[in-house]
Design a protein around this ligand. Structure first.
Ligand code: IVH
Length: 678
């Protein structure tokens, strides 16, 4: 049916629905802030589909057409109007300074530049062409001059608008947007797991997964892949002028395109270096890290007039630089697989490797976690392996490069006996962890004593690993009780000891005879009872005797104590050795002081909100500490919030707290508040 025969109310309703659906798609996928329910969205989509079918009005840029195009035989080639250049790389501060100097020399200026600082997404570069606000073509970067026409695949990505949201203002005649299509890490992992379950090979990394997904001839396959986009620039633009790159990005964002919220504008090369550090920190943050992979940052001269003057070399613009992170993965060879014995007797296999640089540090050991993990990855001595490091955590073996395995390499076998005390190892059915059951094992004893002396236990200064090891090895300390018998005279003959340090340690041990009860409970090293649980218990049972006498019901009564913890506590106190040790400690004058009376509900009724990363405790632990004092933790700031605890890189909650006049404190202040009243 020709459009002119269609009732005008249908034409206008179709236009209205398309506009609404594009807008609500944007609210949902780009802003992550939907305004209407999914059901309502579906209802309007169904109405539009019905009208388009009835009046033959479907057009490729209609929201009904995101998925549904027919599979292609091959991709057409698209010529980029302006080449999609690549970036020059830098790996050190010195190279970044050199870049900045070069620009100054080129432009004959000594003024600091304004730079736009962006994360460098590790995905697949694409170009989106909008003509009069409508998405007409989408392509891969290809060789920079010509790419593949993957329009129908790109349209399946919900964070790509089919029409620009220029809100009344006319859309530019032509807008070429450049961005990176990527996959978030959790989705990537899930997707790989599904592939493996179907017997398909896993993708090596999210970048390959994104690139592979975009190059599917059948858009239905692409549609099922969890792809997203961040836009970082423009190619040719007609019908709109910009002065700065920052303005370009802000405008793209306004028009409904997704721009990375971490972009910043800063003055001078120092700002760029600081941003790099911040980003690297963020990337490695275990709790608030980025959900996607980045391989560095991009530094771009902000004023477009300067970009123009600087121009480009053959493959990369002079006005931009990629400042990369040191690789966090590397390959090396396994020299040996050792097993370590921990405080609880847990036996952990460790790979000893040829030293290799990973993420800026040299590593020679990586954890293999447990027996099953070694078996699953089939790591063998002699294997070439991929290792990775994330932040400050112990490096781990990602996988074996099986093709490079020497023919004589033998599968790993967990030793039958403890490598330290030769006791037969045990692995209870259903548990992953193998243990040395010998309570006198030097290895577990050493770690147990270190734990006992630790900061959040008895807090005995100066008892580091080497010293404890020595004390255990020479037989001066056979359990933690022996610590309280040590004299200066015992210590001075040992290696590493001067009279002064011996005196300091003895008086630190002396001072630890009286500690808050929770520290003593934590120091005992009961499995599953850490600092936070110890605090909960100390609030409930004002003496160690009362805790020891508590039955199952009484323990389960403590909020935050579940069956596993309850069982482990009773098992610990039922053990005769432990009973004897506690008796001995008590005879030696070791006491756990009950919390001061007001402590029970020192934070009674107070509401806390956490934002940003805490340096010394986990978010979960901090929450437990608040709960232990009768306080409450909520996730969003309101007028009812009493305190906001702000860690590193706090989010918008901080601004909100400031606006509402809520008391804000840092981690140290928070600890004071807790400690002061315990
Ligand atoms: S700007 C002319 N910005 O890095 C400037 N590129 O090595 C060209 N990339 O092909 C690119 N994040 O795929 C730019 N914020 C960002 C980026 C970024 C990732 C990729 C892009 C490009 C490659 C160049």
């Amino acid at each position: 049916m020709a459009e002119k025969n269609i009732p005008p109310e249908v034409v206008s309703r179709v236009a209205e629905l398309r506009e609404q659906l594009n807008y609500h798609n944007y609210r949902y996928y780009v802003l992550d802030d939907p305004m209407i329910s999914d059901a309502e969205f579906d209802r309007r989509m169904a109405e539009l589909t019905r009208l388009e079918e009835a009046y033959d009005l479907a057009r490729p840029d209609s929201p009904t057409q995101r998925v549904g195009a027919q599979p292609l035989d091959k991709f057409e080639t698209v010529l980029h109007r302006q080449p999609m250049l690549s970036l020059e790389n830098a790996f050190s501060e010195a190279e970044v300074f050199a870049f900045d100097e070069r620009l100054k020399r080129f432009l004959k200026t000594t003024d600091a530049f304004d730079y736009v600082l962006e994360p460098k997404m590790d995905g697949c570069a694409v170009e989106l062409v909008y003509e009069n606000g409508r998405l007409t073509t989408g392509s891969t970067r290809g060789d920079g001059f010509r790419g593949e026409n993957v329009t129908q695949n790109l349209k399946t990505i919900h964070t790509i608008p089919l029409g620009l949201l220029t809100a009344g203002e006319p859309a530019p005649e032509l807008l070429e947007v450049r961005g990176e299509v990527y996959m978030d890490l959790p989705e990537f992992k899930q997707y790989n797991a599904e592939r493996l379950a179907r017997g398909e090979p896993a993708f090596a990394n999210p970048r390959n997964a994104a690139a592979g997904s975009l190059r599917q001839l059948d858009p239905k396959i692409t549609a099922a892949r969890p792809l997203k986009i961040y836009c970082y620039g423009v190619g040719e633009v007609r019908g709109r002028n910009f002065d700065t790159h920052w303005e370009v990005l802000q405008t793209l964002k306004q028009w409904g395109l997704r721009v990375n919220p971490l972009i910043e504008r800063g003055r001078g090369v120092e700002a760029a270096i600081a941003y790099h550090q911040k980003l690297e920190h963020k990337r490695h943050d275990q709790h608030h890290g980025l959900p996607y992979e980045i391989d560095g940052m991009v530094i771009k001269v902000d004023p477009l007039a300067l970009q123009e003057r600087l121009g480009a070399k053959s493959r990369s613009p002079r006005w931009a630089l990629a400042y990369k992170f040191a690789a966090t993965q590397a390959t090396t060879r396994i020299l040996a697989i050792e097993v370590n014995v921990g405080r609880t007797g847990a036996v952990t296999p460790m790979a000893v490797m040829e030293p290799v640089e990973v993420g800026g540090v040299t590593v020679s050991r990586a954890t293999l976690h447990n027996e099953d993990e070694v078996a699953k990855k089939d790591v063998r001595v002699g294997d070439t392996v991929l290792v990775q490091r994330a932040g400050d955590v112990i490096p781990e073996v990602v996988k074996v490069i099986v093709e490079e395995r020497p023919p004589e390499a033998q599968p790993f076998q967990m030793p039958g006996n403890c490598p330290v005390c030769d006791t037969r190892l045990v692995r209870p059915i259903g548990e992953k962890v193998t243990r040395c059951p010998n309570p006198d094992c030097v290895a577990s004893l050493t770690r147990g004593i270190q734990h006992f002396a630790g900061k959040s236990a008895m807090d005995i200064d100066g008892l580091g690993e080497k010293i404890v090891q020595q004390l255990v090895e020479v037989g001066l300390v056979k359990d933690v009780g022996d610590l309280y018998h040590l004299t200066e005279g015992d210590l001075i003959p040992l290696e590493r000891f001067a009279a002064k340090s011996a005196r300091n340690i003895v008086s630190a041990i002396e001072a630890s005879r009286e500690v808050p009860l929770w520290r003593l409970i934590n120091a005992l090293g009961i499995r599953y009872v850490g600092e936070a649980t110890a605090q909960l218990l100390a609030r409930h049972f004002p003496s160690l005797e009362q805790l020891m006498a508590a039955d199952q019901e009484a323990l389960l009564h403590v909020e935050g104590v579940g069956e596993q913890v309850e069982y482990s506590i009773r098992e610990f106190f039922d053990n005769e050795r432990n009973q004897a040790l506690i008796k001995r400690l008590q005879d030696l004058g070791v006491r756990g002081l009950p919390p001061k009376p007001q402590a029970a509900s020192s934070l009674g009724g107070k509401t806390f909100v956490f934002t940003g990363g805490l340096a010394n405790i986990s978010r979960d632990e901090a929450k437990a500490m608040v709960a232990a004092r009768g306080g409450k933790v909520t996730s969003s700031v309101s007028a009812k919030t009493d305190y906001v605890v702000a860690g590193a890189d706090p989010g918008s909650k901080l601004a909100k707290a400031e606006a509402l006049g809520v008391e804000i404190m840092d981690e140290a202040k928070f600890r004071e508040l807790l400690e002061g009243k315990t």
